[in-house]
Ligand binder design. Structure first.
Ligand SMILES: [Zn+2]
Ligand SMILES: [Zn+2]
Length: 233
């Protein structure tokens, strides 16, 4: 454990109780912040869940290889603050209310579906000490009464994606995932934030090549790409 992680852990012990988004003393996400979560709801692409102003069936943001994808909220305040608390400040307790938010706003996958967390690259895993997608998946598995299977593996050599364009992201994650263990027939990938969908598409490809017949995805948040891919006419 490096010094920065020890310092963060110590800090979390001191200020750990309180809202991850507004610092209000109390639970990891306060009621006010939960109420102002930008829930996507029904105004989204029927296939990939991208938040368009109106439901859309021919969305340019649809994610390759996914039968269906849903996200609970837009990646707008207070979601980035909550994610920073979970990932950067390593406040694992934030994962539970975020999983509950998904369970409340996204339709439960049918019986037979198995939740598969999107793994972190080993270097990132060492740096953070946990996979936030796995924490969220574990919470969801309990709330939805569905099994969870950590059956995907991810290689290193996938540099940080922040700020990369869609084509570059596809390149960065292509081939990053493998399925070294038997995969479920119906998998539902669980991830935290969807930006271009390149990560989910690459993970879905690994599951399908491992024999998975149907792959869906459930995530906490979607970065809304305003104006990109909107249908004309
Ligand atoms: Zn709050
Ligand atoms: Zn779509």
């Amino acid at each position: 454990m490096g010094w920065s992680r020890i310092a963060t852990a110590a800090l979390d012990t001191i200020i750990g109780d309180g809202c991850a988004a507004c610092a209000m003393p109390g639970p990891p996400l306060c009621d006010a912040c939960l109420h102002r979560m930008p829930v996507i709801g029904a105004a989204a692409c029927a296939r990939c869940g991208h938040p368009w102003p109106a439901p859309c069936e021919a969305c340019a943001q649809c994610i390759a290889g996914l039968a269906i994808a849903r996200q609970a909220v837009r990646y707008d305040p207070p979601v980035p603050e909550a994610m920073r608390a979970l990932k950067d400040s390593r406040r694992r307790a934030v994962a539970h209310p975020l999983a509950a938010l998904i369970a409340r706003t996204v339709p439960r996958p049918p019986d037979g579906a198995v939740l598969v967390p999107v793994p972190l690259a080993p270097a990132r895993m060492r740096e953070r000490g946990f996979n936030q997608a796995a924490l969220i998946a574990r919470g969801l598995a309990g709330m939805w009464g569905l099994p969870m299977d950590d059956c995907l593996a991810r290689g290193d050599g996938t540099p940080r994606q922040r700020g990369a364009g869609a084509a570059r992201r596809r390149q960065q994650v292509a081939g990053a995932f493998t399925a070294p263990h038997p995969v479920p027939l119906h998998a539902v990938l669980v991830d935290d934030v969807v930006t271009t969908g390149a990560t989910l598409a690459a993970a879905a490809r690994a599951l399908r090549s491992g024999g998975c017949a149907r792959v869906g995805a459930v995530s906490l948040a979607r970065v809304a790409l305003a104006g990109v891919g909107t249908r004309v006419g």
